[in-house]
Design a protein around this ligand. Structure first.
Ligand code: ACO
Length: 332
């Protein structure tokens, strides 16, 4: 379903001596931690890399509304329902900030949405897994939003101004999302035996896909070296994944549930947890469009877009009418 890796024109990171004077000046600004703003000169590949990453990120927020939105009508209490509605709405807002940040690079929102709907643009692998029980809503907040924050806090310091600024607000909201998820897990873990088993089952199913969110290992990551040189990436995929494991294991211990990884153990020498091998074949299968819910997610997004066509048409007609009225008034 998906195209192969997006070609941003970067074959290898070049030494400063191999760069044009414009590129050298650009890299010097990055090295000095000066933010790059949309109207400033930038290498085409920097622009393409950002459009790729920011649009994928925006799509992830929008598609990410689906697995949780599925539980709004089935939330167990009014309070949980209100919280979940607010959270899903926040995710929609994150998508909008991110589409706006990408638009400053000269790509239109219509083009980005068309790429998503045609299967040309990726979104996070994690949103292709089903939400089978209420405990999955807890696990998504705790693990998926927890992993998202781990990745996104460094993005607040990335070199492209509009992306960095969008991330500040997104991270504040994600932190609330993470806590509400952990709160659901805590209630279940302190509940009946059946509820605790639901929490354990959700952890079993969401743990490994959450680790995959950080992307392939550094050795396999095609974009990492150049993105690090441009300070789009501040920490590598593997560094972030390790931080996430280190942070999350004690949280599972506190809940009294067990990580589904027999190889997980504290390594006093490394001062980190060692963990088992990730099933990269599963990851590749999901990002190629063959995960459990890929087709359903895209079908739902395309339908929502088509069903909303009349709203866009009405807004355009209203804007045209207003412009015509203003022109007629100016001419009178
Ligand atoms: N799901 C889907 N595709 C992925 C994932 C993933 N979890 N991880 C990596 N990939 C894709 C990359 O997009 C890239 O494909 P492309 O060339 O077609 O764009 C390919 O796998 C190779 O990976 P990398 O070279 O490591 O790619 P990159 O440098 O972009 O790093 C990462 C991937 C870490 C996800 C980066 O793009 C990033 O930080 N993005 C911003 C955060 C984000 O998008 N989060 C979304 C989930 S959070 C949320 O919505 C709640």
């Amino acid at each position: 379903m998906y195209a192969q890796m997006v070609d941003t024109g970067v074959k290898a990171v070049r030494a400063v001596a191999e760069m044009s004077p414009e590129e050298q000046a650009f890299q010097a600004r990055i090295d000095a931690d000066i933010k790059i703003e949309p109207k400033e000169w930038m290498p085409d590949a920097y622009r393409r890399t950002l459009v790729r990453q920011i649009s994928q990120h925006a799509h992830s927020e929008i598609v990410g509304m689906l697995p949780e939105g599925n539980w709004i009508t089935r939330a167990p209490t009014l309070k949980r329902k209100a919280i979940l509605m607010a959270k899903v709405q926040d995710e929609g807002g994150h998508g909008l900030y991110l589409y706006s940040a990408a638009e400053t690079l000269g790509v239109s929102r219509d083009q980005m949405v068309a790429d998503l709907h045609a299967g040309r643009a990726k979104y996070s692998s994690i949103f292709n897994y089903p939400t089978l029980t209420w405990a999955d809503i807890g696990a998504i907040g705790w693990l998926v939003d927890g992993a998202a924050i781990m990745n996104q806090i460094p993005l607040c310091r990335c070199s492209f101004g509009p992306y960095a600024r969008a991330m500040v607000r997104i991270c504040k909201e994600e932190s609330f999302h993470q806590r509400q998820g952990y709160d659901i897990m805590l209630s279940l873990a302190r509940g009946t035996g059946e509820q605790k088993a639901m929490a354990q089952d959700a952890l079993n199913r969401w743990w490994w896909p959450s680790l995959m969110m950080f992307g392939p290992s550094d050795a396999e990551s095609v974009h990492s070296a150049q993105s690090a040189a441009w300070k789009i990436k501040i920490l590598s995929n593997d560094e972030l994944r390790q931080r996430f494991v280190d942070q999350t294991v004690p949280q599972a211990d506190y809940l009294g549930i067990t990580m589904p990884d027999p190889d997980l153990k504290w390594n006093a020498e490394r001062n980190h947890f060692d963990f088992g091998a990730i099933d990269w074949a599963e990851f590749q299968n999901v990002i190629k469009g063959n995960g459990p819910c890929n087709r359903d997610r895209l079908r739902t997004r395309v339908k929502a877009w088509e069903d909303g066509g009349w709203v866009r048409d009405a807004a355009m007609a209203h804007a045209e009418k207003q412009a015509a009225r203003a022109a007629a008034k100016a001419a009178a």
